[in-house]
Design a protein around this ligand. Structure first.
Ligand SMILES: Nc1ncnc2c1ncn2[C@@H]1O[C@H](COP(=O)(O)OP(=O)(O)OP(=O)(O)O)[C@@H](O)[C@H]1O
Ligand SMILES: [Mg+2]
Length: 257
């Protein structure tokens, strides 16, 4: 079943076309990577899916989530199940600076009375925090970047939507924390959980370790798509070949052949 279906997405700013007819689909329980050079339209595509495009930009085409057209509906005007969980590159802006992490995780949850705290601590535990009570009591500024990123992931996973949109969630992290976040994304998005992932990144090694499918953007257009392994084995588009070659030069065998 198709959970996310983007057709002919165009995003324009005052006469310039920034995203130019992007088609992409994510099946239920699957993970799709969006790759492409800087400025190719990855984040704008993700923001259109999330309903968080800046108001100055105009979007056309279609974004269907769970069969419902949502492109014209900003996030705030969508019901919760059509508001995908979101993890951003810079996690600091996603958390309120003056509220303890546990309180933020509790907001918007609908657990039975008295069960919210237990549910929040359990979520933090599944995200690899060995002392969830201390993390729940901490302010975002008292956490490390990696801890904050995992707290954001906990918030995103608490969203009732079956889609998770992660835009460069690992780029700012050290490789150990990065591996932890990738594991968490893998555990929490799969056919077993029914949750899907749209994973925006320029890190091909990380994407290859996580995603089944890939869409490659260049100057706002899709230049290649397919199963990740097949695209890595035989990239067809010039842009994909260049990205894969550059990734191999940096990450070596972490980018599978
Ligand atoms: N609010 C905006 N107003 C006008 N142009 C914008 C706006 N946001 C992004 N752009 C432009 O749209 C294009 C695509 O931007 P986008 O952020 O989607 O790139 P990206 O693929 O995510 O790049 P990166 O890998 O650097 O994050 C860029 O040329 C960018 O300058
Ligand atoms: Mg971006």
């Amino acid at each position: 079943m198709t959970l996310l279906d983007v057709r002919g997405l165009r995003v324009e700013a005052a006469g310039t076309t920034l995203v130019d007819g992007v088609d992409l689909a994510v099946a239920a329980g699957r993970r799709t990577a969006v790759l492409g050079p800087s400025g190719s339209g990855k984040s704008l595509t993700a923001l259109a899916v999330l309903g968080l495009l800046p108001p100055a930009l105009r979007a056309r085409g279609s974004v269907r989530l769970d069969g419902v057209e949502v492109l014209a509906r900003p996030s705030a005007r969508r019901p919760a199940r059509l508001r995908p969980g979101a993890v951003r590159q810079d996690s600091s802006g996603a958390l309120h600076p003056l509220l303890p992490v546990g309180r933020q995780l509790a907001l918007g949850r609908r657990d039975p009375r008295g069960r919210t705290r237990a549910a929040v601590l359990q979520t933090l535990r599944t995200l690899g925090f060995t002392d969830p009570a201390a993390i729940a009591a901490a302010l975002p500024s008292e956490l490390s970047g990696g801890q904050r990123q995992r707290a954001c992931l906990a918030m995103a996973l608490a969203a009732p939507s079956a889609l998770l949109v992660a835009d460069e969630p690992t780029t700012a992290l050290d490789v150990v924390t990065q591996a932890g976040v990738v594991d968490l994304l893998r555990t929490h998005t799969s056919p077993a959980t029914g949750r899907s992932l749209l994973f925006v990144t320029h890190d091909i090694a990380v994407a290859a370790a996580l995603c089944d499918e890939v869409v490659v953007l260049d100057e706002g257009r899709v230049v290649e798509r397919g199963g990740f392994a097949a695209v890595l084995r035989a990239p067809r588009a010039e842009r994909t070949r260049a990205l894969v070659a550059a990734a191999r030069a940096v990450a070596g065998p972490r980018v599978p052949a």
